[in-house]
Design a protein around this ligand. Structure first.
Ligand SMILES: [Zn+2]
Length: 425
């Protein structure tokens, strides 16, 4: 179907004064193979599997709130069941429109700003449309994760386990806990890399992240929070936002690497590159009226561009050097567990590392594309060793660099005081 054939339909939509969210996709007759709703916390996604690409339109209607997905040149076979209502979706209906268009209508419990991503086909995974029905509307125009989604994916069908995000330690009079945000890479429709024995990166990194948080929470004066605690998709900037909301002192993203050469193995640790930092600074400057305050309550709002730039630059370079110091400790600690791929900390422009005021690391725990590494990643004991090693590195770093106002900083001061007075007695 050509674009031209589509235009009367568009006019019809505009005539109804709808919020037209997306018009995309090549057209060919096809059928819907599967429909699923996947939900976790604030995030609800619709996954549509299709026999091939379909021209689609996604838009919203108010009074009552609905999300509508039209799929042109498509059929909905009778054997395909509509998914039951879940999360913010209170009802699901399907109907036929002119032009062999299937219309899917989702009744929503609130007004949302949905977005659609196309994915695949890739290997065993068919062509899919993934509609993020996420009601927060907080993130817009994030395309950084599309590549990951487009890589093809198995879809989360398992129910999500309830929250692990809770403080374990009671507030202490001698200061707050150091908060570490632990980010398990990928999730939900994005499986990450897949090993030769079909081990999915998203699964093993979640298990390592959970082990790491348990370790952190067992340490007095430290608290771990997970950005995701189940098998669901999270946008990269949402991960950063969750760390910021948790007032994290450090962000650690856990991954498993993959490469064409199956003999490559070992772990690596990354921090943000200077180039990645400057592109993020440009973004914060452009949005400085809306941007969150930097750590320590430094606001960019109302600052002139030059001053805002200086503040950001100071914050970002401090963060990178702290990230580098912590990453060196983590790398040293991982060296004790097994082979380290690269003996030095690597720098790259990974989006999740771009918080200008939270020291951030990304650990590629192993090469899942390597048979031996993959088989180790499948062993709980090995995953525990990796988690212990990452924890050891973080602990070494904070023992020397405890932020002011934390229990660890207070404990350190009192140890120094004891040592001094001990000398006089
Ligand atoms: Zn990854």
């Amino acid at each position: 179907m050509s674009y031209k054939e589509f235009s009367p339909f568009r006019v019809q939509l505009l005539g109804l004064a709808l919020g037209l969210v997306a018009v995309a996709g090549a057209a060919r007759a096809g059928e819907i193979r599967d429909l699923r709703l996947v939900t976790a916390e604030s995030s609800t996604q619709l996954v549509v599997e299709l026999s091939g690409p379909a021209a689609h339109k996604l838009f919203t209607l108010g009074n009552p709130n609905r999300v509508v997905l039209d799929l042109a040149g498509t059929t909905l076979p009778a054997r395909i069941a509509l998914p039951p209502a879940v999360g913010i979706v209170t009802g699901v209906r399907a109907g036929k429109q002119p032009n062999n268009t299937v219309r899917l209508v989702f009744d929503m419990s609130k007004s949302v700003r949905p977005r659609v991503l196309e994915s695949g086909p890739n290997g065993p995974y068919p062509f899919r449309l993934i509609v993020s029905l996420d009601g927060s509307g907080a993130t817009t125009a994030t395309t950084a994760t599309n590549a990951a989604v487009a890589a093809g994916a198995a879809v989360a069908t398992a129910p999500v386990v309830p929250h692990a995000i809770q403080p374990v330690h009671a507030p202490s009079e001698s200061g707050r806990d150091i908060v570490i945000a632990v980010d398990a890479g990928h999730g939900g429709v994005d499986p990450g890399a897949i090993g030769p024995s079909k081990t999915r990166e998203k699964d093993v990194v979640l298990q390592i992240a959970q082990a790491l948080v348990a370790k952190i929470n067992a340490e007095p004066g430290m608290r771990g929070v997970l950005t995701r605690d189940g098998d669901y998709f999270l946008e990269l900037r949402d991960r950063m936002l969750r760390a910021r909301r948790a007032k994290a002192d450090m962000f650690v993203s856990i991954h498993a690497d993959s490469i064409g050469n199956p003999s490559v193995s070992g772990s690596s640790v990354y921090v943000l590159s200077e180039r990645g930092a400057s592109s993020e600074a440009a973004r914060w400057l452009a949005e400085r009226e809306n941007a969150a305050d930097l750590k320590g309550g430094v606001s960019l709002e109302g600052r002139d561009k030059v001053l805002a730039n200086v503040l950001l630059d100071l914050s970002q370079s401090a963060s990178i050097s702290q990230s580098m110091a912590a990453a060196e400790q983590v790398l040293r600690s991982l060296d004790g567990v097994g082979e380290v791929r690269k003996p030095r900390v690597q720098q790259a422009g990974f989006v999740v590392l771009k918080s200008p005021d939270i020291p951030s690391l990304l650990v590629e725990t192993a090469y899942i594309s390597n048979k031996a590494d993959e088989s180790k990643l499948r062993q709980p004991a090995h995953r525990a060793r990796i988690a212990d090693a990452i924890f050891g590195g973080i602990q070494d770093y904070f023992n020397d660099n405890a932020p002011d106002g934390t229990r660890l900083a207070a404990a350190r001061r009192s140890r120094v005081a004891d040592a001094t007075s001990g000398g006089r007695l």
